[in-house]
Design a protein around this ligand. Structure first.
Ligand code: SAH
Ligand code: SF4
Ligand code: F3S
Length: 441
């Protein structure tokens, strides 16, 4: 049997695309190889959001090139956002790559790889011919959790971001299609879904006038699907977080008490240069409004340090915003200039050394705040969806709370079960506890 190996470099959307890629390869009769060197078809699903994933990909590709040097029959396929960004010169840069494809052309992958004898490099790009991978086979890592793509592309113009140029304009999937997929997943035994889009809460705007819907309505419709006990979504944009979505979150039992709400910067001046279209004050008001409407809400975020022109004072504003909001977790990034974006050519780029000094300081504050938030959970009983044994200790179980915090706990339970766990300890990233009971279905 021919075997494939897929390496995923990017975000959850990228990981979800990998599930479709794997599903398609399995449909073609290939099996999954444990490692790259055991595979006949080596696939890289790339990301180009920052320089780091680009570099990781380059290292992996060098390894694959060496493998192909020893066995020229091996097929190297490069998909994802980096492939799309480099579409003009990918085969030129890497002549040993056999197949290249953008994130919008996964449905065609089978035609290129299935062709078998791949003498000629073939590629499939084209944002204008994009299509949803919704109908394709899918290889899910866990039988009780699933991602559901609700839109593709992004209409925002954040000045640092490469995504709109590699994923194209926003296009919403029809609500009927999304729901049909969710219902099928529920029949297959899925209990937790995560709705995916670059900007989930602007969902539906492009379907007008034919279909009148919004993200709040989609949440309610998913909530009504029997068997789905947890609904998550990522990422919303603060500018589109309107009343109906907050109300749907508050009303729907299955929608988890968690929102990942990317702030990026706490300085209104920098937010403006980033073209985020909200101010510090508006964001803080929104966070407050959400907390008031949704008891026990967990808020997490993305933060960028060292955006061009960021002064010490601007940076301090990001630090104080973290303290004011009280994030349960935050991803922190050093600003990375991306070719073709507006910010890459802005004057006053911040020196690398200063960026790194700032991110260290920010991480410290993020950890302190997150630990304090997690410590507040001690003594409580949390509903945990069991994911399996802990990564470090086979005897300990691991799962996540509705608020999306990882819990390591003792007890006996199978993956996919919901259990009640009494929280006994906390760090900045995890909770520790003991099972007290299975949650009644
Ligand atoms: N569409 C999502 C995710 C975008 S990428 C959203 O808007 O929330 C995930 C995160 O990467 C962003 O939120 C941002 O914090 C970070 N990011 C994007 N471009 C970046 C860049 N050029 N340098 C550093 N971080 C970046
Ligand atoms: Fe990028 Fe902004 Fe769109 Fe997110 S909302 S994908 S950060 S352009
Ligand atoms: Fe995701 Fe990276 Fe593309 S973050 S959308 S895989 S550039």
């Amino acid at each position: 049997m021919r075997r494939y190996h897929v390496t995923t470099f990017g975000c959850q959307m990228n990981a979800h695309d990998s599930e479709r890629i794997k599903g398609m390869l399995e449909e073609l009769g290939l099996g999954e190889a444990r490692a790259q060197d055991e595979a006949d078809v080596i696939v890289f699903n790339t990301c180009t959001i920052r320089e780091k994933p680009d570099q990781r990909f380059a290292a992996h590709l060098a390894q694959a090139k060496a493998l192909k040097g020893r066995d020229p029959e091996k097929v190297i396929a490069v998909g994802g956002c980096y492939a799309e960004a480099q579409r003009e010169r990918l085969f030129e840069l890497y002549p040993y790559v056999d197949v290249a494809f953008g994130p919008g052309s996964i449905p065609h992958l089978g035609e290129w790889i299935g062709a078998g004898g791949l003498g000629v490099p073939r590629g499939g790009f084209g944002l204008d011919e994009r299509s949803f991978a919704g109908g394709l086979p899918m290889h899910r890592e866990r039988r009780f959790q699933a991602w559901v793509q609700i839109s593709m592309g992004c209409n925002s113009k954040c000045s640092y971001c490469i995504v709109p140029s590699v994923r194209g304009r926003e296009q919403s999937r029809r609500p009927g299609e999304v729901l049909a997929e969710v219902e099928q997943l529920a029949r297959d035994g899925v209990r937790e879904i995560t709705l995916l889009g670059q900007n989930v809460n602007s969902y539906g705007r492009d379907l007008l006038p034919e279909i009148r819907t919004d993200f709040g309505e989609l949440l309610r419709a998913c909530d009504a699907v029997e068997g789905i006990e947890r609904i998550r979504f990522t990422s919303p944009h603060p500018k589109d977080f309107r009343r109906p979505v907050i109300e749907a979150m508050a009303k729907c039992d299955s929608v988890c008490e968690h929102a990942h709400l990317p702030l990026q910067s706490g300085s209104t001046r920098i937010l403006k240069a980033m073209r985020r279209t909200y101010s510090r004050e508006r964001y803080l008001r929104l966070a407050e409004e959400m907390r008031a409407a949704i008891p026990d809400l967990a808020l997490t975020t993305d933060l960028i340090v060292g955006f061009p022109g960021e002064s010490e004072e601007d940076f301090e504003q990001t630090v104080t915003a973290v303290e004011e909001v009280g994030y349960d977790a935050a991803f922190t990034f050093v600003y990375s200039p991306r070719r073709g974006t507006e910010a890459a050519v802005m004057p006053d780029q911040v020196p690398e050394e200063l960026k790194h000094e700032r991110i260290e300081r920010l991480i410290e504050v993020v950890q302190r705040v997150a630990e304090a938030r997690n410590r507040q959970r001690i003594g409580r009983i949390e509903e945990v969806l069991v994911e399996g044994p802990s990564r470090t200790d086979e005897a300990v179980l691991r799962g996540r709370t509705r608020r999306n915090t990882t819990v390591n706990f003792s007890g006996t339970a199978a993956a996919g079960e919901l259990v009640s766990v009494e929280i006994e300890g906390a760090t900045s990233t995890t909770l520790r506890g003991t099972t007290v009971a299975a949650v009644a279905a």
